[in-house]
Every structure is written in C-alpha cells, then in structure tokens.
Design a protein around this ligand. Structure first.
Ligand code: FPP
Length: 246
C-alpha cells in the first residue's frame, strides 16, 4: 500500500498530498499574554485560516486538523463550552467563504457527543461542500485514534457475523475501509506545534509511514512562513516505506 510518488510543487520540490496537524500551544500563548485560554483558541482559529490558505497555495490536497481530541472532554466545562461555541461560530461564518473557495469540508470523530444541533450543522456543511474539487479540509472533532480503530474492528466484526465478509478476506486494505478516513490517502506529513513530541492519539493507524515534523511555534503564531518551512523539511526527507534505498 505504498503511496504513489508525490507531484512536484511550485518550488520544484515534492509537496505532500495530505498534511495533518496537531495544533498545540493555544493555552500557553494566552497565558504568556495574561489572557484567558479562550483568547488563545480564538487566535488559533485565525491561524487555521492562514494554514488553510498556505496549504491550498502550495497544492496540498488534504489538510487534516486536530481541533478537539476525545481527551479534550476532560477539560473544564467552561473551556469545552468555549471551544464548542468557537467551532459553531467558525462553521456559521467561515463555511460560506470556504465553499466559495471550492474547499470540501469533512469531519472525523465522535461528533455526536457535541449534541444534535451541532451534528446537523456538521452534516449540512459536509453536504454543501461535498461537490467541491479544491482542497479537502478534514476537521478531527472529538477524535481519538484508538476509539476509531476499536469502532472499525466492531463494524468489521458485525460484517463477519452477518456473513458479508470472510475472516480470511480481512486485509489491511479492507480494514482501512472501516476507518473514519475511508477513501482518504494516509497523511504524508504530520506536524505538531508548540515543541511537544507526541502523537496524542491522532491518526494512529494512518500515520504508519508518515513523516513527522515538530515545530517550536505556538499554534496561534503559526503562519505561511511556518507552513513553507515544514514543506521544505518534508522535501528533504527520504521516504522508503520500509524498503531499502535503491
Ligand atoms: C491545543 O492547545 C489546542 C486545542 C485543544 C484546540 C484547537 C482549537 C483551535 C486551534 C481553534 C478552533 C479550531 C477551529 C477549526 C475553529 P492547548 O489548549 O492544549 O494549548 P496548551 O498546551 O498550551 O495549553
């Protein structure tokens, strides 16, 4: 299942088809300024827009952003409520703009935990943008990699029980069709900001052959220059997918 060779970008170096980002450091950004954490998340939402435009301009096909992890529910109720209303605001005011820019928007995660009205808003957004042919923005919301894998195993077990598939037919390829990311390419590049070096339950299955880049910038300060430097780091890596150099 090794991905196809990547196309060259405008700069003449290979551009990852799928970039996934762990946006970290909003709280520290706010604390450094004596501001409440929500101010960091709001500034983080502005960084999302900068990142999206940089990704589109670079020719990236998929941009997956870890906006809310399944562990984030353990934060205080006030911060969860702030993050949820920020997301609601983003959907209400940004989706029309992204739709005009031909961006397709998808969501992965246990989104039902946000409640029926937000789920309906997410479904509307997916339907509205489904035919767009530009960048695909995947927002991971209430997402956890282990829960995703357990869910896929559960659905596959049900298919076996119902006689729809033979156990001997379960391959990596078949299994990946039961994941929330079915039909999407695996991420070529996974980036985490804020100087932390953890995957934090993000895309555990899909990251098997991803390149990792850790940036020392707090997410709200992330801009086009960080995007282009991570692409340069990526371009300098030699990807062998477990094989030997030729
Ligand atoms: C991690 O920073 C970030 C989050 C938990 C939320 C990410 C959300 C956004 C960037 C804004 C909303 C996004 C959209 C798409 C509208 P942290 O709070 O863990 O930072 P810290 O480690 O410095 O405390």
């Amino acid at each position: 299942m090794a991905p196809k060779p990547l196309p060259e970008g405008k700069g003449g170096f290979p551009v990852p088809s799928h970039v996934a980002i762990i946006m970290d450091g909003n709280g520290r950004w706010a604390a450094m300024r004596g501001l409440p954490r929500i101010a960091g998340h709001r500034a983080g939402a502005d960084a999302v827009s900068r990142c999206l435009h940089a990704a589109r301009d670079a020719g990236v096909d998929y941009l997956t952003l870890y906006a809310f992890s399944s562990e984030n529910w353990r934060r205080g109720p006030a911060e969860v409520a702030d993050l949820t209303s920020l997301l609601r605001y983003y959907l209400r005011y940004k989706v029309a703009e992204l739709h005009r820019e031909n961006v397709r928007i998808c969501f992965i995660g246990e989104t039902e935990r946000f409640g029926q009205d937000l789920v309906e808003e997410l479904e509307r957004t997916e339907r509205l943008t489904a035919g767009n042919t530009g960048l695909t923005l995947v927002l991971a919301l209430s997402y956890g990699g282990r829960a995703e894998i357990a869910g896929a195993a559960r659905r596959l077990a049900e298919a076996v029980r119902d006689g729809k598939i033979e156990p001997s037919a379960v391959t990596e390829d078949v299994f990946s069709r039961y994941l929330l990311t079915a039909g999407m390419p695996d991420p070529d590049l996974i980036v985490r900001t804020s100087g932390e070096h953890r995957l934090s339950n993000f895309l555990l299955w899909q990251s098997a052959y991803s390149e990792f880049v850790f940036l020392d910038v707090l997410w709200p300060d992330f801009d086009e220059s960080h995007f282009s430097s991570m692409l340069k780091i990526y371009a300098s890596r030699e990807r062998r997918f477990g094989g030997r150099p030729g």
